[in-house]
Design a protein around this ligand. Sequence first.
Ligand code: PAF
Length: 281
Amino acid sequence: MKTETTIQGLTASLNPARASRKIIGFVPTMGNLHEGHLNLVREARKLCDVVVVSIFVNPIQFGPNEDFENYPRTLEQDSRLLADVGCDIIFAPTVEQMYGKQPRLTNISVADITQDLCGASRPGHFDGVAVVVTKLFNIVQPNYAFFGEKDYQQLTVIRQFVRDLNIPLEVIGVPITRAADGLALSSRNGYLTEAQRAAAPAIYRSLKQAEQNLHEGQALSDVLQTIKTSLTEAGFEEDYVEARTPQLQPVTAFEQDTMLFVAAKLGSTRLIDNLLVKYIE
Ligand code: PAF
């Protein structure tokens, strides 16, 4: 496994694979890797000849009061984990390597589907994601790119601009990896105190209860209210509890496959999760 820190170095490493038409798989990350990320790499490994993982904490997707400075940077540990799951190349550029010294004048802004859910409480976040992911796609030029479904809105936004801009690759969504108690794996789980970590699985429990309640015929609005109450009782401060179609369009009743989305804070740590509830006629 190689680690490249420059675009030139990465291009030199990938050129032989490109020349021999090898299938290149790409897993963009911000590092501090956990089993969720490793499962993305495992999926890439199944489908691709060469697997590239980027590790880059992207400053432009963090708001002014968010955790950019404190975001855990654990390259040595990440490299060991990636070697074990068969990553071929780590791309770990500096901020200067990615953004250069000149001001950036170009933005990528996806309308509509970025306006609510996480977009409402993190203004500009998805523009920052769209810019860095597009840059990474242009640098790596993969055939397939792998993203986790925990960040479902992010995945939908990426699919949208890949389609809108004719970026020549296929985006693959990979199901959420959960701890044994149901908590969706996230680098931010590491911020939780012991007591908060014990409370955190309440999100998934409330989503599973909601699924059952919907299948038993409860009204969607009541089901969403029950999630909110459960989260408050478990010590969360709610950001949003919402239902959407899998394409992120609003829904008012459970009359089709419906996704439930939660974002809530335990102390200063913001956690997100989602669940697809299948509509059974
Ligand atoms: O999901 C993430 O880790 C980041 O948003 C991504 C896609 C690597 C872009 O910085």
